[in-house]
Design a protein around this ligand. Structure first.
Ligand SMILES: NC(=O)c1ccc[n+]([C@@H]2O[C@H](COP(=O)([O-])OP(=O)(O)OC[C@H]3O[C@@H](n4cnc5c(N)ncnc54)[C@H](O)[C@@H]3O)[C@@H](O)[C@H]2O)c1
Length: 347
């Protein structure tokens, strides 16, 4: 996976992706990135096809994949075709998923346009779609030909989506990067951060290091799922209820609950525990889960890809910055952690 950084995508796009590829390329965008990001490429798209998917994670589906595959077939795309994702993690995951299966695999280039996709989702070869209310439950591992990162796209990202990106930054710091944690602890992410470049580089480099040592998530890579077991279930539930919450914000809620379980299980440092709490309270709004929501979340966790039939396994922090994988946790403690999440902001 080659990563190129640019700060003038309009000038560099043509150099980074050569014209023979562009002639056979299909650029996948959502409605928002078509309007806000596509013009920044400054490319006269006479040759490439543009495929537009409705925005939002509830469109990371097999139906959207079918739309892309039908378009490729209608245009008689062959094995030399390339898919180019221009969007956030939703478009990147969906595009790579489609590329991995069309004619047993065609090339894919990712141009991430949100903070979350630049620091996390673009790298690591995980592709997927949501299915029957479960996040990323159908998917594949597939290598990206090229990733092009340009912070210029971030100028139009909403505050909420920017904070969502920071959900993955917090996770990356807590699973083993005290240096990164020091840069973000007790900061207001929208006002105080002057070191965004360093934060972005550090976050992506943690992911690179972990993925390179365990590309298929057989062991170490599982630590990247800290906060995600509960986070994914919250994300699926609220998507299903028709009031979606951005992915990285659900990861923050997942971190609160899983950090509670970590502390309860291993009784680790109070200092870090307090710092996590104050940093999250400074930046994120509370969530309130009804007893029915809590029941549904538990049901969704039971079907998470990471769990075997009878045990719910978590990635927990056994001490500051030291995650432990595959820790079995009882239903009662999970329920307790979700009740704790409800009271987190007023303790
Ligand atoms: N493959 C992986 O390793 C991996 C890792 C983490 C997350 N993910 C996935 O990534 C997805 C979340 O990604 P996301 O947070 O980027 O969400 P997203 O792709 O849904 O984008 C969030 C919103 O921002 C809009 N947007 C995108 N770029 C914009 C821009 N430059 N300006 C203004 N608006 C813009 C989108 O249209 C959308 O409305 C989830 O599906 C998650 O499962 C994948």
């Amino acid at each position: 996976m080659e990563i190129s950084y640019t700060n003038q995508i309009g000038v560099d796009f043509n150099k980074l992706v050569d014209s023979t590829i562009l002639k056979r390329a299909f650029i996948i965008v959502d409605e928002i990135t078509r309007e806000l990001c596509l013009p920044l490429l400054k490319y006269p798209f006479k040759e490439s096809q543009i495929i537009v998917i409705p925005q939002g994670d509830d469109h990371k589906t097999l139906e959207s994949a079918q739309l892309i595959w039908s378009h490729l077939l209608n245009c008689k795309a062959d094995r030399n075709a390339t898919l180019i994702a221009l969007g956030g993690g939703m478009i990147c995951d969906l595009t790579a998923f489609c590329a991995s299966l069309y004619k047993r695999g065609i090339k894919v280039i990712l141009i991430p346009t949100t903070l979350l996709s630049m620091i996390d989702a673009c790298y690591g070869g995980k592709t997927g779609v949501n299915y029957l209310g479960y996040k990323n439950i159908i998917g594949s591992f597939y290598n990206t030909e090229k990733i092009i990162i340009d912070k210029l796209f971030l100028k139009t990202v909403t505050r909420e989506e920017f904070l969502s990106g920071f959900g993955e930054v917090i996770k990356s710091a807590l699973i083993g990067q005290p240096l990164l944690w020091d840069l973000i602890a007790n900061k207001d992410f929208l006002e105080d951060l002057v070191d965004l470049d360093i934060i972005m580089n550090l976050t992506l480099s943690i992911k690179k290091e972990i993925v390179q040592s365990d590309p298929k998530e057989e062991h170490l890579r599982k630590i990247l799922n800290f906060g995600h077991t509960i986070g994914h279930a919250i994300e699926s539930l609220f998507m299903d209820l028709g009031s979606p919450i951005p992915h990285g914000i659900c990861v923050v809620y997942g971190i609160i609950a899983e950090n509670y379980i970590s502390k309860k299980t291993f009784n680790y440092s109070n200092v870090l525990y307090k710092e996590i709490k104050s940093t999250i309270i400074k930046n994120y709004k509370l969530i309130l889960l009804s007893p029915q929501d809590i029941k549904s979340i538990l049901g969704l966790i039971r079907n998470d890809k990471k769990n075997s039939m009878d045990e719910i396994k978590f990635i927990l922090l056994q001490k500051p910055f030291k995650p432990l994988i595959d820790v079995a946790v009882s239903d009662d403690i999970i329920m307790e952690s979700l009740n704790y999440l409800n009271t987190f902001w007023n303790q």
